[in-house]
Structure formats: structure tokens, C-alpha cells
Design a protein around this ligand. Sequence first.
Ligand SMILES: Nc1ncnc2c1ncn2[C@@H]1O[C@H](COP(=O)(O)OP(=O)(O)OP(=O)(O)O)[C@@H](O)[C@H]1O
Ligand SMILES: [Mg+2]
Length: 285
Amino acid sequence: MLAATLRDPEPITRAAAAANHQGINVVARKAPLLEAQGVSKTYTTRSREKVAALGEVSLALDDGAFVSLVGPSGCGKSTLLKMVAGIVPPSAGELRLNGKRVSGGQAGMGVVFQSPVLLPWLTVLDNTLLPAKVLKLDRQQARTRALELLRSVGLEGFEHKYPGELSGGMQQRVSIIRSLVHEPGLLLMDEPFGALDALTRENMSLDLQRIWLAHKKTVLFITHSIFEAVFLSDRVLVMSERPGRIVRDLAIPFARPRSFDLTTTPEFGEIVQEIRGLLGATAHA
Ligand SMILES: Nc1ncnc2c1ncn2[C@@H]1O[C@H](COP(=O)(O)OP(=O)(O)OP(=O)(O)O)[C@@H](O)[C@H]1O
Ligand SMILES: [Mg+2]
């Protein structure tokens, strides 16, 4: 569906995919980009109730890895992502990005939420340039990059339109481009395709794979679609019910680039079934 202006990716088989860790503590080999150690979250509601949202979670993400989180609704996935982004402080434990403790908003990250959250009074291009403005990056360079990225996801000609003039899928593509424009090392995506129809969603998966292969970002991706998680990821972390913990860390060994033909193979089906089984088991635990 896209004009392929991003360079063609080399097929990649990641060393990370060779290991199949199991258990709660998931540790990468060396110098992970992101590390969470014993992180948990208990919220206090307005009525002063305590809500244990996330159990103790430890994980490490290798630089350049694509890692998905799947788990039952309410198990703390968004909470974990917000803690990584520095939006919500953990109740216990520690998060480190490039070895530095995460506290407050992080400049080296891009975040994509389930709804596009675009500013309706700014054009598509100006929306994508917001992070560059906040970070005071060179406007001309950022503009060139934003235009190139917009073109790469089929939005050429829409740069000067307003968000209200775009479809939901187009708006979500704009928000993904906005998250990439300042070249973040870590991309956090919370059900970015949740509101899209099935066909747009599949196309977006292919877009995201291509962008990821071309730009080599580290991605932490939340999805309710097991299929999407397996198709896109090096690793899928399966979480239990609230307060969520990581109950399985599955390596997804398929070479890239992946096409939808892969999804019809028995190997793909087996992994999907395994995750489905784990989620079924945790849902009734
Ligand atoms: N600000 C908050 N104050 C109080 N409780 C909260 C707050 N944010 C989330 N929660 C609670 O924490 C739990 C985990 O929420 P979270 O949004 O992280 O779940 P999730 O796994 O992302 O769910 P979903 O898949 O439905 O998006 C839920 O029970 C939710 O009600
Ligand atoms: Mg959520």
C-alpha cells in the first residue's frame, strides 16, 4: 500500500530469537537498552483504595529488539509502558534506560498510544514536528525527515491537511511518524492498531515491520492480537491477570522480512496456540 522510499531491509535473523527464556526474570545477554528490575505498581484511587495493577516484573530489552507484551485486559500492560516512558512512577523496583535511571519524561523515546492524540488545530506536518519543536531540534532537518517518513507510509499529499480530514488509520500513521521524527532509540507502542479495521491493521503491521527494519529501533509493543505479536516480534512476553507478571518469554525465530504467508505455516500456528493456551490458563487461574 505504500511507496517504498525506505531502503529495502536485509533479511534478519536475530540472535536474541535463539534463546527461549522462561520464567519471571528475563535477562538479556549484555548491556540491554532497557532494564526493569522488580518493578511493580499499586495505584491509590480517588476513594483511597489500593489497586495492585502490576506485580513484580523484571525484564531486559536488547538494543534493536522488537518485543511484544500480551496479557488479559487490566493486567498492567499500559501501566508498565507508562512507567518505562517516565509518565507514571513505579511503586517499587527500578527502570534503567541506557544504564540511566528513568525518572520523569524521557527524550530518547517515542510513544504511540491507542488513539492517535493529534492536535486538531495543527496540520499533519506540524503534528509530526511537535517532538522536534519540544526538543528544539533543527527544524529544517526535522521537516525533511518528517516529509520522507510521511511519504513512506503513503501520506504524501496530506502534509498540509488537518487531522479531522484524515481517516482513523491515516491519523494513526501520522502519530507513528510523530513518534519517529526525533529518531528515538526506544519506541513504545500501546495497542497502536486497536481502533483500526482488520485490513488496515494488517497493512499497518507490514508498515511497522518495514519501518523497524529500516530504522532499527527497539520497540516495546502492546497488543491484544496474538497473531500481530507473533508476526512482528523477536520476543513475546505473556502476562498473567492483574496484578500482571511475566509468565512466559517466547522467542519468535522466523527470519525477516516476514510476509503473511508465514502466518499460514504450522510453526507460526503452534506459537499462536501456545500463547493462546497460556492466556487461557492465566485467565482462569
Ligand atoms: N490512574 C489509575 N488509578 C487507579 N487505577 C488505575 C489507574 N490506571 C490504571 N489503573 C488500574 O490498574 C489496572 C491495570 O491497568 P492498565 O491500564 O495498566 O491495564 P492494561 O493491561 O493496559 O489493560 P487493557 O488491556 O485493557 O488496556 C486496572 O485495574 C486499572 O483499573
Ligand atoms: Mg492498556
